[in-house]
Ligand binder design. Structure first.
Ligand SMILES: NC(=O)c1ccc[n+]([C@@H]2O[C@H](COP(=O)([O-])OP(=O)(O)OC[C@H]3O[C@@H](n4cnc5c(N)ncnc54)[C@H](OP(=O)(O)O)[C@@H]3O)[C@@H](O)[C@H]2O)c1
Length: 414
């Protein structure tokens, strides 16, 4: 296959990042955009054309898109609650031998709970499709290069890393559906801890021995509403996103520890923190890796570029300098190309290479499922106030209270 034809499902925030990052992807064009609102899909298609990454046809019927012979792979970039329906359509079309599909890639989180994740995985495997899990933080150039250096030098000369810390924090998501946990599946734990859990696991496994060289053994977590159930903020949420946190609240802070056991029986652990209650310059991704004689750290709000605007410069609210930007004055970090820094470009380049070669990506839906299991165990641990064994059976049918619209934000102190 000379060029892979890629179709995007969804034309929102995440889809925009993928299109912007596509300028560094070789051997694949974006040939189709399917979404709910035609105008928005057309806008995204026009952006792709402007950037020279394809001349996508716009579809509002998924079956028409899947039967388009130029479509070889689908990137699922629509909201969490649309996943199953879309994967069922893809798998059915592929099973019936319609269209020309070889692979499907899906944004984080793979699903809202284990049951959904497992069904998605079974469907694509039965349909014989390759599957990639779009966990961009694993593909961040700083994370990938950091892992390489840690293992090439630190681990080789002083022993394997024993701890990874990862945090993703910002002031809250951009679209109403994220704020409805019965729709999205949860609060910040589901939305963002998926990133931190997978990126921290990634740096800890030995590249020569593979992912299986560390096994999760214990999980504990806590969730809290620190900001958005406060009086003024409940009102703000109602006005901005139509979400009522007096009726259906979700956590805006979560923390979890996962204890892994390495191949020699040593403990290695990940500490992850996520919040929708962090106000700084904008989205902040931080990582640390600790080993016997070394450490590594990353902070995306300490880039190479800063600007300073005095009080006499008043520009309108913008997210031009950094995702979830909170201010337009003073000293501000600027990320020259977020699609590169956050890993979208590298993950898309990698997924394209795999689908073209017919190989299963190393980051695939089995990893997506594991991360859903870890998140559900973190929710269950918080609900029970207990440290839990990594026992997938505990969460096979588990739906966290927040997903049922039954979470009590006071529960952490009761
Ligand atoms: N990797 C990351 O860091 C990252 C960042 C952001 C989001 N994400 C993930 O990406 C996914 C999308 O999030 P987002 O922020 O892009 O959301 P968004 O900005 O709300 O965009 C969602 C897009 O999907 C479309 N859509 C809604 N229902 C659909 C359906 N049934 N079929 C097809 N398209 C549908 C929406 O249509 P309308 O235009 O009509 O609304 C919109 O174009 C989520 O799973 C999220 O977790 C990942």
């Amino acid at each position: 296959m000379e060029k892979l034809g890629v179709a995007l499902v969804g034309a929102g925030f995440a889809a925009n990042f993928h299109v912007r990052g596509w300028v560094g992807v070789r051997g694949a064009d974006i040939v189709a955009v399917y979404s709910r609102t035609e105008a928005r899909a057309k806008e995204l298609a026009a952006l792709a054309e402007r950037l020279g990454v394809g001349k996508p046809k716009v579809y509002t019927n998924i079956f028409d898109m899947l039967r388009d012979k130029s479509v070889n792979a689908v990137w699922i970039l629509s909201p969490n609650y649309t996943r199953l329906e879309i994967v069922r359509a893809i798998a059915e079309e592929a099973r019936q031998g319609r269209g020309n599909l070889v692979g499907v890639a899906c944004e984080k989180p793979l699903a809202r709970n284990v049951k959904e994740a497992r069904e998605m995985l079974n469907l694509v495997e039965k349909a014989g499709l390759l599957h990639g899990y779009l966990e961009n933080q694993v593909f961040m150039p700083s994370v990938m290069r950091g892992k390489e250096i840690v293992w090439k030098y630190g681990a080789k000369y002083s022993g394997r890393p024993y701890m990874a810390r990862a945090a993703e924090e910002h002031g809250g998501p951009h679209a109403p559906w994220f704020w409805r946990p019965t729709l999205s599946g949860g609060g910040v734990l589901l939305d963002m801890m998926c990133h931190s859990l997978e990126a921290s696991r990634y740096v800890l496994w030995d590249p020569e021995k593979g992912k299986e060289s560390i096994k999760p053994r214990k999980v504990w977590g806590e969730v809290a509403s620190l900001k958005w159930t406060r009086k003024g903020y409940v009102e703000k949420l109602k006005q901005t996103y139509g979400a009522d946190y007096t009726v259906e609240p979700a956590e805006d802070y979560a923390t979890a520890v996962v204890l892994y056991e390495d191949e020699e029986g040593n403990v290695a652990l990940t500490e992850t923190h996520t919040s929708w209650s962090f106000i700084g310059a904008g989205l902040r991704l931080t990582f640390e890796v600790l080993g016997p004689e070394y450490s590594l750290w990353i902070n995306t709000l300490q880039p190479e570029l800063f600007v300073f605007f005095s009080r006499h410069v008043k520009i309108p609210p913008s997210e031009e300098f950094v995702e979830k930007q909170n201010a337009e004055q003073g000293l501000m970090p600027v990320l020259p190309d977020e699609a590169i820094t956050y890993g979208y470009q590298a993950e898309d380049r990698y997924m394209v290479e795999c689908f073209k070669k017919g190989t299963m990506p190393f980051e695939n839906w089995h990893d997506g499922l594991l991360i859903v299991q870890l998140m559900m165990l973190a929710y269950l641990s918080a609900e029970r106030g207990q440290k839990l064994n990594f026992d997938p059976a505990l969460v096979e049918d588990y739906i966290p209270p927040v997903q049922k619209g039954a979470w009590n934000p006071k529960s952490p102190i009761l």
